[in-house]
Structure formats: C-alpha cells, structure tokens
Write a protein that binds this ligand. Structure first.
Ligand code: PMP
Length: 418
C-alpha cells in the first residue's frame, strides 16, 4: 500500500503482483492466483507469453519511440496491414491510439466530421470510456458522469435489449427496442442530424449482456436507410474474447467502424479503429492520434499477439472453453437461488447475484469475489451496483484451469452461503 496513490484510481483488491505466467498471477508473498480478470480483458495471450515478451524485448532494443507523425516504423506498418486483414470486410484503413477511450473519441469525431451531423445515438448500458467525450457516450452507470456536467452535447440514448432485466422474451425486447429507436429518430434526433449509432455488441461494464442478431440487423438496416454510420465498440468483446474474432460476427452484421483496444497488444497500451479508406478520407487529417500513438514496442507486441492468436487458435479455444465454463456456471447456478442469471458469450460470462432484476445483491457479490480471492481465484464485478460477477480468463486458458477455477468458485460459494 502506498498512501500516495490517489483514491481517484479505485482498486478492486489489495493483491500486489510480483509476476504473471499464462493464466496465473503471483503476488509478492508468493501466493498464486488464477487470473480470471485478464486485466479487464487485456491479457488474452496470458501473462508474459514468451513470444510477446521476445517481440517487445527485441523491439525495445531497436527503437522504443519512433514518433509516428514524425517518422514511420516497421511494426506500425506491418500491424496496419495485418489488422486491415482481420477487420470486417471493407474496413481496410486503421488509425491507432493508446486507449479504448481515445479510440472511441476517434471514431466519434470521424463520424461527425465525415457525415457533417452532430448526434451520436448510444444504447443504454453502454460503456465507452472515461475521457469527457467517451464518458458522455457512457450510460453503464452514473460513476463516470455524476459531478462532471456539462457533458458533451449531441448524445441520444436508445434502449438496449436487456431481455433479462425487462423480464420479457428476447423477441419482445428486441421489438420494443427497435420501435423505440424509430421513435427516437422521429422525436429527438432526425436521421439528418444523426451521425452514428454507437454500440457495444456485447455490453461489458453494464453486466455482460449480449445483443442479438435481429436487433443488430435492425440497427444495420436503419443505418443503411438513413446514411447513419454503425460503430461497434469491440474494446472488451472483440479480438477473440467471445469465441469469434469480432463479437459482431455472432450477429451477421457488418459495421462501418470497429473500435478495438484491450486484447490488441497483450497489455501494452494500444488501440485502433478500422473503417473503409473512403470513410477515413472524410476525416480531418491530424485531428486524431497523439504523441504516443502506435508506439513501436506496443505494435511489435501486437504483431506477436496476432501470431499467437492465430497459431494457437485462441479464438476457437475461447469458444470451446467458454462453453465449458458456461455449462459449469449453469450447474453451480442450480444450487443457489440468488444466482439469478448467467449471461455472455465465449470467455466473457457474467453471473448475476440478485433476488430479481430490481433487487440486486451487490454486497453478496462482493463477498463472493472476496471469498474467491481468498481461494486464489481473481474475479471482477460489473453491473450498475456491482452485482454481476464476471469471468474473463485469458484466451489461452485450458480445460484443467477452468475446472480448477470452478472448484475454487464452488468452495467460495459454500463459505459465503454457510
Ligand atoms: N469501451 C469499452 C467497451 C470498454 O470496456 C472500455 C474499458 N473498460 C473502454 C471503451 C475504455 O477503454 P480504456 O479504459 O482503455 O480507455
């Protein structure tokens, strides 16, 4: 503990890490933890994957900062080509920055500049970051908004199909949400004023809620009809986490802009947006990016990360291990009335601790994550009140590690329930 670390930077646990390897973290006292947080979905290749470490070390010995507005460097150029090849079809131009929030800002400003329209429609529960612009687009909870007004103007909030929360079927919820969106486009934000629909196809911070194919197709249809851009914030759900490379692939929809960060460089600060070259050309050159964007070591780590994802078939692993974990969590759910829902996709699963959608049990959820920590399993919570326990192990996680984590979880639940 340092008394000099500002409380603005809130911490979920007191674990002080010494080193990490694969799915494991080791604290300064030598205690081992299965890390099912992945640093909030970042260390997809596991902690300190040897190929990522070697690539970063090699690059650090060559050049660390080859400032990209001044000069080019090979890792950035190669990564642009590799990423363009992984983007949804037609999104062949990429722009780099350091964090998810910055990439969200880049996408939002590109959309406004390219369309000449001001409004961004976001979906209730979406998390898009903590910078003022990104926070203005965020409705996953008031924490990043309260006390920071006035926020950015031109943000309109539409409902997201949280079927469990509404207590309706997925079809009913989807129909309601699409009707409301049409209503919003007639009452609050005319299509001619609407630059983009910005959505997390699988919501993260709000509580691991996937959208669905009918809803996403409905959004894409409206975008096409009205010349509105569809922006997918894949910062948490993208890059293999949900068992598809992009989470939108689950829903058969092609966005105009993809935003990626977290899993991109195994922990080095790097983010990117992808769009068509045509759309990118409608932005303002020099309006985005910054001093550290496309850092050479981060780009080298990102290239090694992509190699590992492809060669070790981590997207496929996320799908298979995700199914294993889902089934085991569903089995655990049967033993406890207050595990109200298990949601998510691939290795992005949430366990709702609640009596009902309107009666969350965040204190109990906190006891569960604390008991898991004592058992050597690191977990995070999300949801408005912190009532959703989330499971997001690295994409390299193996069958035995999932079994091990589920045993630790079961022991922790028994203790909490006793
Ligand atoms: N979008 C989503 C979907 C996120 O989950 C996050 C981070 N949790 C962000 C944007 C912001 O990313 P960063 O913290 O890197 O700014």
């Amino acid at each position: 503990m340092s008394h000099h670390l500002s409380p603005l930077l809130k911490q979920a646990s007191r674990v002080c890490v010494d080193h990490g390897k694969g799915s494991w973290l080791f604290d300064v006292e030598g205690k081992a933890y299965l890390d099912f947080t992945s640093g909030i979905g970042v260390t997809s290749t596991g902690h300190c994957h040897p190929r990522v470490v070697a690539a970063a070390q090699e690059q650090a010995g060559k050049v660390i900062h080859a400032q990209y507005t001044t000069v080019s460097h090979e890792p950035m150029l190669q990564l642009s080509d590799r990423l363009a090849g992984r983007m949804p079809e037609g999104l062949d131009s990429v722009a780099f920055s350091n964090s998810g929030s910055e990439a969200v800002e880049t996408a939002m400003r590109l959309a406004r500049h390219a369309t000449g329209r001001a409004n961004i429609v976001v979906f209730n529960g979406g998390f898009h970051g903590r910078t003022l612009g990104a926070a203005s687009l965020t409705t996953s909870g008031t924490k990043v908004r309260t006390g920071f007004h006035p926020l950015m103007a031109g943000v309109v909030v539409a409902p997201f199909p949280h079927a469990w929360r509404y207590g309706w079927s997925e079809e009913q919820t989807t129909e309601f949400c699409l009707n409301e969106l049409d209503h919003i486009l007639k009452t609050q934000s005319a299509p001619s004023d609407t630059a983009a629909l910005l959505i997390e196809p699988v919501q993260g911070e709000y509580g691991y809620y996937p959208a669905n194919a009918a809803f996403m197709r409905g959004l894409a249809e409206r975008c096409q009809k009205h010349g509105i851009l569809l922006i997918a914030d894949e910062v948490q759900a993208g890059y293999g986490r949900t068992g598809k490379f992009w989470s939108l692939e689950h829903f058969g929809v092609r966005p105009d802009v993809v935003i990626t960060a977290k899993g991109l460089a195994s922990g080095f600060p790097l983010s990117a947006i992808g769009a068509s070259a045509e759309l990118m050309a409608k932005g303002m050159p020099g309006s985005q990016g910054g001093t550290y964007g496309a850092n050479a070591v981060a780009c080298a780590a990102a290239l090694a990360t992509l190699d590992v994802i492809e060669q070790e078939k981590l997207v496929e692993n996320a799908a298979v291990r995700g199914q294993q974990m889902l089934e085991q969590l569903q089995a655990v759910q049967r033993d406890y009335a207050w595990i109200a829902d298990i949601r998510g996709k691939g290795l992005m699963l949430g366990m709702e601790i609640a009596d009902s959608p309107t009666r969350p049990l965040p204190d109990l959820a906190a006891k569960i994550t604390a008991a898991c920590e004592a058992e050597g399993l690191l977990l995070l919570r999300c949801g408005i009140d912190g009532q959703t326990v989330r499971f997001l192990p690295p994409l390299v996680v193996n069958e035995a590690e999932i079994n091990d984590a589920m045993s630790r979880l079961s022991r922790a639940l028994q203790k909490v329930a006793a």
